[in-house]
Design a protein around this ligand. Structure first.
Ligand code: GLN
Ligand code: ZN
Length: 758
């Protein structure tokens, strides 16, 4: 018999119940008891949804983040969070977000811990902190309570935790301590935990070690052996889980550990399965992640069964089936969707549907395919319908892709020649000022979009209202004395959604929320088909804005790589093909803008870095196609047209070569928080074009002084010739208020004037 299990379930709730309860609690609108009540109701549903599985994950439910839960379980709480109050949950929120309550007195507020991305997902975890003083101690009450609740409801609980080596790897040492020095004391606490769990009649525990899919230094490989040699004496069985990629060099390490079972991501590492089988011993279980936990497409059940049948023959009862990773990264339930096209909906599966697929696969293997004839037939029908659907395939787009050549990504001349022509054309002063695109999204602006969406405003009324906002924004910028203006993006709710909604090949769910961090969720759009642009997407707004001013108006577009990285993408063609399709659609927009005399165009690639593969050895392959796609979208313009690009992060030292290859005339980046230190790279790397290192940290309500911005730019001028420098904020201003923006930009313009005088 094959065994089914799950690695983790989305905890935010089908209708984001947890989000709303948390936010109410933080604003004192509900009591802690009510919050706990919501959580326990959610857990109940959540276990209900998984009741067909042989083993159900428990402990994956979290009030904020599973890594932070681990820190509390291990007693690894930052010193500054000790003794704040005797309410543990409130202290937990303080570590996560600085404070438990909106109106909390300052004496219990602390600096929130850092947050960073969980591997290559869009989920962010709270970074554990380590120091010489770090002392672990088992604090398992909350986990034990969850297990008890689950068991009381008849759930076959398999606790889920993050393994000791990954836990250390994820954290940050706050002093000079080598994190691995903490391994011994850490593993002792894990051993204690396993003893406690044995007392609860726990048979299996899932220990997540996703760093096994990254390139591991030798000392980290050794750490794995040391840790698991100790844990091998545990009274419960260990299922070690790796996911998000292939094991490669770590395959023999993982298979050689003294564990009772290994889970691998059979979506990404399908080619390694046979080798893993050969490397495991006869008493070890192999769990295969055969349902994609990172995407929303139906699994091809009959193809999967065909592939699994011989493996099942070989492994018999040692075969377990699961999603490839925790289902945290997909929305909860497709049944909630009422507005998706019926065909498209029939090709999809969210978390609940993915578990149904798992049950069908197991039943087919255990009781023969005849026992699930109907289910398999339905699945085949859906898979085939998608394969041949005219919604998916557009011959014109495919023909265009075939004709793509590298030439398309090249500008007519090199930067030097272009810069000369552009200088003559725009005649901008030294230290020209500009912004990154969006201006404050006031309640009124949001209301306008909402009313239009709900049909309460006619198209004509909507256009007038947005135009009036654009007018306001252009006047404000003229008044401030900025050199290159923007229209302010009032028509956009989100930089990907706005374009996706106008492109063919994109679909949008109503409830397809995925947790991003804490109570925050995103609803990634779905790319289901060949991408094309039926008509211009930004032209009317931008040309209108240009008609209001003699200063240059910067057209504003989201780039292909960012569109790709922030969407659920097709699994029936390589990512790079989808990206190329996006880039052609965006290229058309760029060329239309140029034709309408918009001669400065910014193509945002906020998420370029996020697409980097987990293994550095694969970075170049990604960068090759990603940069090519960007270049095709941007570089079809004439020499006189100035192309800007913007990136929302500052760690680009390791990909600076690729960024230079984009060959944008101007890049704007985030640097103000790092005090321009990030520009050090420009001493070694001769970045050839113009650059605007952000001088205004838009993530903070603080108003930067003239002096601070002058100083930042002077630092920048040490690395980059001044005739190639721009002055601008870090990112878009949409989350700020007008009064802040007016003050900050006034100072920014004054700073630039002062720099020019010098
Ligand atoms: N143009 C976008 C804005 O200004 C860029 C946003 C971003 O980089 N995240 O809002
Ligand atoms: Zn940005």
């Amino acid at each position: 018999m094959v065994t089914t299990h799950n690695l983790g379930f989305p905890r935010i709730g089908k209708h984001r119940e947890l989000k709303f309860a948390l936010e109410k609690y933080w604003s004192n609108a509900i009591s802690q008891d009510e919050l706990l009540q919501t959580a326990s109701t959610l857990c109940k549903q959540y276990w209900q949804n998984q009741n067909k599985l042989d083993w159900v994950p428990v402990g994956d439910f979290s009030f904020y983040d599973q890594v932070l839960d681990m820190s509390f379980l291990l007693g690894n709480i930052p010193k500054r969070a000790e003794n704040l109050s005797d309410n543990e949950l409130d202290n937990y929120f303080r570590v996560a977000r600085g404070r438990a309550f909106a109106n909390e007195s300052d004496c219990t507020c602390i600096q929130a811990s850092e947050m960073t991305k969980w591997f290559d997902t869009n989920y962010h975890y709270i970074v554990p902190e380590f120091s010489q003083e770090t002392n672990f101690s088992l604090q398992a009450q909350r986990l034990i309570e969850q297990i008890r609740q689950a068991q009381a409801q008849g759930v076959k609980a398999k606790p889920v935790i993050i393994g000791p080596v990954t836990y250390l790897w994820l954290g940050k040492s706050k002093d000079k301590i080598n994190k691995l020095d903490l391994l011994d004391s850490l593993v002792k606490v894990y051993a204690q935990l396993f003893d406690e769990l044995a007392k609860l009649n726990i048979e299996w525990i899932q220990v997540d070690e996703p760093i096994l899919v990254t390139e591991l230094e030798v000392d980290w490989q050794v750490a794995f052996r040391e840790a698991y040699d100790i844990l091998a004496n545990s009274p419960i069985k260990l299922l070690l889980a790796s996911y998000f990629g292939t094991l490669q060099d770590n395959l023999s390490l993982a298979c050689g550990l003294p564990i009772d079972g290994l889970h691998i991501d059979a979506i990404n590492a399908k080619d390694e399965v046979q080798l893993v089988i050969d490397s495991l011993s006869d008493n070890q279980v192999l769990s295969l992640g055969v349902v994609n936990g990172r995407n929303i497409w139906k699994t091809d059940l009959s193809a999967t069964l065909l592939w699994l049948a011989p493996i099942h023959q070989q492994l018999q009862g040692r075969l377990w089936l699961a999603p490839s990773c925790s289902l945290l990264h997909v929305p909860v339930d497709l049944d909630s969707e009422q507005e998706l096209d019926d065909d498209i909906k029939s090709w999809l599966g969210f978390a609940v549907q993915k578990l149904e697929e798992l049950s069908i696969l197991a039943q087919a293997l255990n009781q023969g395919q005849v026992s699930v004839t109907k289910e398999i037939a339905n699945n085949i029908a859906a898979i085939n319908a998608r394969k041949y659907s005219s919604l998916v395939h557009n011959d014109k787009v495919k023909e265009r892709i075939v004709k793509v050549n590298d030439e398309l990504g090249n500008r007519q001349s090199n930067y030097k020649n272009r810069a000369k022509l552009q200088n003559e054309k725009f005649n901008l002063p030294l230290y020209p000022t500009t912004t990154i695109g969006s201006f404050p999204q006031t309640l009124e602006v949001r209301q306008v979009r909402r009313d239009y969406r709900l049909g309460e405003l006619s198209a004509e009324q909507y256009i007038q209202a947005i135009r009036s906002e654009i007018r306001h924004c252009v006047q404000a910028q003229e008044h401030l004395g900025l050199d290159v203006l923007v229209h302010g993006e009032p028509e956009r709710n989100d930089m990907v959604e706005y374009f996706g909604q106008q492109l063919s090949g994109y679909a949008f769910s109503q409830f397809g929320w995925v947790q991003s961090y804490g109570s925050r969720c995103v609803k990634p759009p779905i790319i289901f088909g060949d991408i094309s642009r039926p008509k211009p997407m930004t032209l009317d707004w931008i040309t209108y804005a240009q008609s209001l001013t003699n200063k240059p108006m910067k057209g504003m577009i989201t780039g292909p790589v960012t569109m790709l990285n922030w969407s659920f993408v097709r699994d029936d063609q390589p990512r790079k093909t989808t990206c190329l399709q996006l880039s052609l659609a965006i290229r058309d927009e760029v060329l239309d803008l140029e034709k309408s005399n918009i001669n400065i165009i910014q193509i945002d690639e906020a998420a370029l870095r996020e697409g980097l593969p987990l293994r550095e050895s694969q970075w170049q392959a990604y960068l090759d196609w990603a940069i090519k796609a960007y270049r095709i979208s941007a570089n079809g313009v004439s020499d006189e047209t100035q192309i800007h690009t913007h990136m929302c992060y500052s760690e680009f030292n390791d990909i600076i070569g690729a960024i230079a290859q984009m060959d944008a005339d101007v890049i704007t980046i985030e640097t103000s928080r790092s005090d321009m230190e990030l520009l050090d790279i420009f001493d070694e790397f001769d970045y050839p074009n113009e650059i605007g290192p952000g001088v205004y940290d838009i993530h903070s309500p603080n108003i930067p002084s003239v002096d601070s911005m002058v100083k930042l730019m002077q630092k920048a001028a040490k690395h980059i010739p001044i005739k190639r420098l721009w002055v601008n904020p870090d990112c878009g201003l949409k989350t700020r208020h007008w009064d802040e923006v007016n003050l900050a930009l006034t100072n920014m313009v004054l700073a630039s004037q002062q720099l020019r005088r010098n």
